[in-house]
Design a protein around this ligand. Structure first.
Ligand code: DGJ
Length: 720
């Protein structure tokens, strides 16, 4: 899968349908010669000899056939004649940041190395991938840079990260150390990103590339609601089903950038990594720094093909542990049902009703600890509020009913009104001389500090060690300002944000390894930290606090660009916009659950809920093991949308159709995707039998379905 051609000095990384080609040019320049649809091996010499210089552009006096200004640089550096966005900038002991990397050696091996302290893709068998390590060196500073690539055998994905080691005698400062760069020889692409805010996460935006810089970033301390760390470049005219699309995603939960730059030659560079703003990392002699891992997917089957590759990759090579493949419990969460207003008996009554409905787990959300009855206090005081709750009786009663029990934490936060803050005021994130800003009445706890992490972890252990708890919801409800730690010396202040993220990863990693049966669900005011870094620790993430099924369509369609159904927390709530049937049909797309007071359900709605629980079991394997096809997207159609899951053997299909707004007199033929044209499918609900070809090319007649605003329907198809 990864081959070196000695004759023309190219290295070719192949996945089943894609190729990525590097060229080593005289003088040690490493070029990014090609990325896209799979190429044959024989004619790479054509790429290898392409002209890479231009007048007015600087080059090494000894090797003038490569100008770093115009050549497709594999890992571009600052100050050495490449004036586009850099991937690496190292400030040396002389005070300048001229950085110059040249090829030294490479090696290719089966399997994939771990990234210490960072979430990453993994394989269970070395035969599932091959890895290339290219060692580059800056001769003046002696900073060694190892570019690490993994090409997967079962997915069209290439993962890339960088390991920097100071092999010189002086301390240097990394001012920019990105994970990846791709240079494409054209600007004929649209940039697709997922913007959002609280309760409106991951809204798709598509814009044509223009000359200059464009892109997304976070400087909020988390990947954030504002822009998901995902972007795609879709060739002009590429659709859901056709055309070339490159997808980029960073396995990281903190400040990041994905920047595209189109230069004066109409070529496009796209870089991905830790946001260099507010970043600076001192590297003393002998020390190393590892960047987060960037994921690249190429699809020649449009956006749908790209998404399905991400889904398979993340389901198979990112999500881990017991709950990767085990059926997730269908849960009911207390938040929208009770907010802070609960006690032991109220929660037991939720569990009793939930049990009657067939639900598997009760989750007690915010409000069980310290003296917390609203959001003004107690974060950091992770001991049971015994005035409010008898946790032992609650857990025992819930377990005695045969239900699992889950609990909420927000470990990276501290309330000014808490015992923890009164004992350790310097444990909040802050900088000298400035009052920390407050958000949701809380400060951020400085988990970049080992002593702080020990304290918060010991508190979590004292609850999880005493009560048999099956699930933890880990929340994060504000952005980070006045970013600093009392323990970091001034020259290391630029390390804070990354150290904070590493601290969070250490805590979550410890939690899931000490409690391997625990199901962890991440959350950040809904989906403010919905990223692959979090998915490495928690197989599911709460998608949004917005549980309105119509609003959820855009959120879930957007989320599905990159993330699998198995990751997407989706609950039915009491909101009134639609009936329970549509709420259930929309929530069935993700990790299903309820967010309501089950005592308040009408008899009719209880019947619908019981039916939904049956459907959850009936379709679980198909939704969690099948492939998603977005049939009609809400960003393309204001009236209705549809999606389907198709089993890998193409024998089973579930189509969901939602009518957002009624259109009069429309005849609707929904063209399915991903079926076997030669198989004959039977539609369970109508008894109709027809070929996959007819269903895909002529379409399924849907005019009579879901006739009113907010209605939905599902059609289940099976083939012999
Ligand atoms: C924000 C989350 O998104 C909600 O689901 C809930 O857990 C609240 N926090 C609790 O404070």
């Amino acid at each position: 899968m990864i081959t070196y051609n000695e004759q023309n000095r190219t290295i070719k990384l192949d996945t089943p349908n894609t190729s990525y080609v590097l060229g080593i040019r005289e003088g040690g320049f490493l070029l990014n010669l090609y990325y896209g649809r799979r190429l044959p091996d024989d004619d790479l010499w054509v790429l290898a000899q392409r002209h890479q210089s231009a007048s007015f552009s600087p080059s090494d006096p000894e090797y003038t056939d490569v100008s770093t200004d115009v050549a497709p640089m594999e890992y571009p550096t600052n100050g050495r004649g490449d004036f586009r966005v850099s991937a690496l900038s190292v400030r040396n002991a002389d005070g300048n940041s001229v950085t110059d990397l040249r090829y030294v050696s490479h090696r290719i091996f089966a399997g994939k190395p771990d990234l210490p302290g960072l979430p990453h893709l993994y394989v269970t068998d070395d035969a599932q991938c091959e890895t290339l390590e290219v060692t580059m060196r800056d001769a003046y500073t002696n900073v060694e840079t190892v570019l690490v690539y993994t090409a997967f055998a079962d997915c069209d994905a290439i993962a890339k990260h960088v390991r920097l080691t100071n092999k010189g005698e002086n301390t240097v400062k990394l001012e920019c150390a990105l994970s990846s760069c791709i240079d494409l020889p054209s600007m004929e692409y649209d940039l697709l990103t997922l913007w959002g805010r609280h309760a409106k996460e991951r809204q798709l935006e598509r814009r044509p590339l223009g000359h200059g810089l464009q892109g997304i970033r976070s400087k909020r301390g988390s990947s954030s609601h504002s822009h998901n760390p995902f972007a795609a470049l879709a060739e002009k005219g590429a659709t859901e089903t056709t055309g070339s699309v490159y997808g980029f995603n960073l396995i990281y939960s903190g400040n990041y950038v994905i920047t595209a730059e189109v230069d004066h030659n109409a070529t496009t560079r796209i870089v991905t990594g830790i946001n260099p703003e507010d970043f600076g990392w001192l590297l003393a002699p002998g020390e190393s720094f590892v960047t987060p891992e960037a994921v690249h997917v190429f699809s020649s089957e449009g956006l749908g093909g790209m998404s399905r590759t991400f889904h398979r990759l993340y389901d198979g090579h990112l999500i881990r542990g017991r709950w990767q493949n085990e059926k997730r419990p269908l849960l009911i969460n207390s938040w929208e049902a009770a907010y802070f207003d609960f006690d032991t008996d109220k929660l037991i009554s939720f569990a009793e009703r939930a049990k009657e409905l067939g639900i598997d787990m009760l989750v007690m959300d915010d409000g069980w600890f310290g003296k917390r009855n609203d959001d003004t206090n107690s974060l950091g005081d992770w001991f049971v509020n015994e005035k409010k709750l008898d946790l032992g009786r609650l857990v025992d009663s819930v377990h005695a009913m045969g239900l699992k029990f889950g609990i909420w934490y927000e470990p990276e936060m501290i309330s000014p009104d808490s015992e923890l803050y009164r004992a350790h005021p310097d444990w909040c994130v802050h900088v000298a001389g400035r009052t920390p800003s407050i958000a949701r009445q809380q400060y951020v706890l400085d988990v970049s500090r080992q002593d702080v992490r020990e304290n918060v972890f010991a508190q979590i252990q004292s609850v999880l060690g005493k009560y048999p708890i099956d699930y933890v919801k880990w929340d994060f409800n504000r952005n980070i300002s006045e970013a600093g730690s009392a323990l970091l010396p001034p020259e290391r202040s630029g390390e804070f944000f990354h150290r904070f993220v590493l601290g969070t990863y250490e805590l979550q990693g410890r939690l899931v390894s000490e409690y391997p049966d625990l199901l962890l669900e991440n959350c950040s005011g809904g989906g403010g930290r919905f990223d692959p870094g979090m998915l490495y620790y928690s197989p599911q993430i709460w998608t949004s606090d917005n549980t309105d099924p119509i609003e959820r369509l855009n959120i879930q369609f957007g989320t599905s660009l990159c993330y699998p159904a198995s990751a997407m927390g989706a609950h039915v709530s009491a909101c009134n916009r639609t009936g329970y049937r549509t709420k259930g049909d929309v929530a069935l797309w993700g990790t299903f659950g309820y967010e309501l007071d089950p005592n308040k359900l009408s008899e009719k709605d209880r019947g619908i809920v019981k039916e939904q629980v049956r459907e959850y079991h009936k379709y679980y394997d198909l939704i969690h093991g099948g492939d998603l096809y977005r049939l009609v997207c809400p960003w393309d159609n204001a009236f209705h949308c549809a999606w389907s899951f198709v089993s890998r053997d193409k024998r089973e299909v579930l189509v969901t159709f939602v009518r957002m707004r009624k259109e009069e007199n429309t005849i609707l033929h929904l063209k399915l995707q991903g079926l076997d044209p030669d198989k004959v499918y039977t539609v369970e609900q109508t008894g109709e039998r027809c070929s996959g070809a007819l269903l895909m090319y002529a379409g399924l007649e849907l005019s009579g379905c879901a006739r009113n605003d907010g209605d939905s329907c599902k059609l289940h198809l099976t083939a012999e």
